[in-house]
Every structure is written in C-alpha cells, then in structure tokens.
Ligand binder design. Sequence first.
Ligand code: MTE
Ligand code: MO
Length: 317
Amino acid sequence: MRLEYPIPPSSEITPEALYLSRRRFLQSALTLSAGIALAACLPPSRESFPDRAGITPQATGTSDELGDPLTPFEAVTNYNNYYEFSTDKQAVAHLARDFPYQPWSVVIGGLVHRPQTLGIEDILRLFPLEERVYRLRCVEGWSMVIPWLGFPLRQLLERVEPMGSARYVRFVAIYDPEHMPGQKTGLFPWPYTEGLRLDEAMHDLTILALGLYGQMLLPQNGAPLRLVVPWKYGFKSIKAIVRIELTEEQPTTLWSTVAPQEYGFYANVNPDVPHPRWSQATERRIGESERRPTLLFNGYSEQVAGLYQGMDLRLNY
Ligand SMILES: Nc1nc2c(c(=O)[nH]1)N[C@H]1C(S)=C(S)[C@@H](COP(=O)(O)O)O[C@H]1N2
Ligand SMILES: [Mo]
C-alpha cells in the first residue's frame, strides 16, 4: 500500500548546515495541548525554516559533539521506521498524520515500590526537558543527527523506586490496530516491545523524548513519548510507549522474537560485528552521498564502554 503525496526522496534532501551553536537547557512549563507553544520557551533562534505544515523547527545546537550538522527536520520527519504504520519509510509520516495520541498515559510498574500511571501532562510537569543532540544509527545502515527534547529515563525510574530484585526494564508500545494499519497484519507480534538492562536504562545518555527540533514529537517520530538510546541501533528506541516495567528476567523484545539470530537484546552499534546479511562497518548519513565509517557504540564509547566490560560483544550482539 503506497499513497501518493509530495515527499522528497531522501537522496534529494540537502544537508543544511544552519541552526545555532550550543546546547541549552530548556525549562518545561509546557502542556502537550500547547503543542507548538514549546517554541516560545526556546531562546530565539538565529536560523529556522518553516516546513510544509507551517511548523518552525528550531534547535539550540547546530551539530553533534563530533562537529557533524543536524539532519534537516524534513528528513527526520519524513524518513521513518515505524512498522505499526508501514514498512515503507516514506509512507509513515502520511499514514500516521491523524494518529490520536491525546490523552495518553504511561503505566510504570513491575518490581517497583511506587507503581504509578502518569499522563503526559504529569511527565511534562515533573521532568524538565533538555535538548540532546544525538546520532541515530539504524541497523539497516543509515544514520541521522537529531536534536531531541527529553529527560533522562533515570529520573523517572528513581521516582518509582526500583526494588533490589529489578535488573531489567521492559518497554511496551501502544496496540491500536484501528489507527495503525501495520498492526492489522499478522506479520509481527504486536505490540512492539523493547528492553534494557537496568544499568543501561539508568545511564545519563538514555532519555525519554517528547520532542525534537524544539517541537513536541510528531506521530511519525513516536508521539507522545519514545525512548532514545544513542549507542544502540535505532530499533531499541521504541516509540509510543504506554508501559514501562521493571523485571528480574531479561525481557523478550519484538525483534529478538522475530529474528533472534539477527537482532539480539543488546544491539550496541558495533562496526566489527556484522549483521548476518550485511556489514555494519559503514553507514550512510542521510543527506550525504558517501558512506562513512560506523563508530563503536555509535561514537559514545567513552561514556558507555564500561557497561560492557568483560562481556563478549560478538556473543551479546
Ligand atoms: N514502536 C516502534 N518503535 C520503533 C520502531 C517501530 O517500528 N515501532 N522502529 C525503530 C527503528 S528500526 C528506528 S531506526 C527508529 C527510527 O526513529 P525515527 O523514525 O524517529 O528516526 O525507531 C525505532 N522505534
Ligand atoms: Mo532501525
């Protein structure tokens, strides 16, 4: 199923080295219904551009810490993996345009002392959003640089007080076949699920994102709430989360259930561990024509390598 609509092929998207120069932290006095009002909380942007929908993307950073420019908003919002809608990356934005994600709440439970259910308004009130410019490296071999708005998952986990027996965190995405055409097919064991080891989930780089480019998330990027784990392949960064559960056992995940020999639980970006069907040594940055080398842990080795000391990264792929 492919609908016709005016989306530029990704090869036509030119990198725009614009935007601003430094990371800033944002106060979040916003409500989801205020939607694009988030822009008003940002420092005035020196460069911004309107997209088709009249949204003005803004970011305080211009590049990642390695000096590579942000991937244009147009590409970030029109080239998406989101199998609940479609396996066609360029069809997702259109198919997801009317996905109803308000109201929304997230149930946090399992091995915690203070289980709770939080609405998106509660989350916005409790946890100030900050901008994090991260590389996103898809297991398929393409990548982007995205200015997320989010907060460390650790803050949410501390609030629910994990029990001593908790060792993993399980994430469950929404099941809504009425609005998600991909869920009407029996191809995947819906809902999408993911998991992290507790220490990975508590790491400062691991965030829950509610926005990007200074705007609340659009449906195609996982509105209203998605995980972002920048040193792991993109499929770990589960969209449209409705449940977060602390567990003792390593959780099963959608991809490790569907193809266990191809997608493991860890999924750390690693140029030296090929996917069984292709090399992971290089990647194509969206907007660039040449492939570039893939970096161990997606360039975040300094921060995260310690999590895997003594582990065989080939066996724990
Ligand atoms: N619920 C859900 N989350 C998901 C996916 C999905 O199909 N369903 N795809 C994953 C994959 S493979 C990638 S690469 C990223 C893409 O995120 P983006 O579209 O915001 O760039 O989302 C991840 N999260
Ligand atoms: Mo991906």
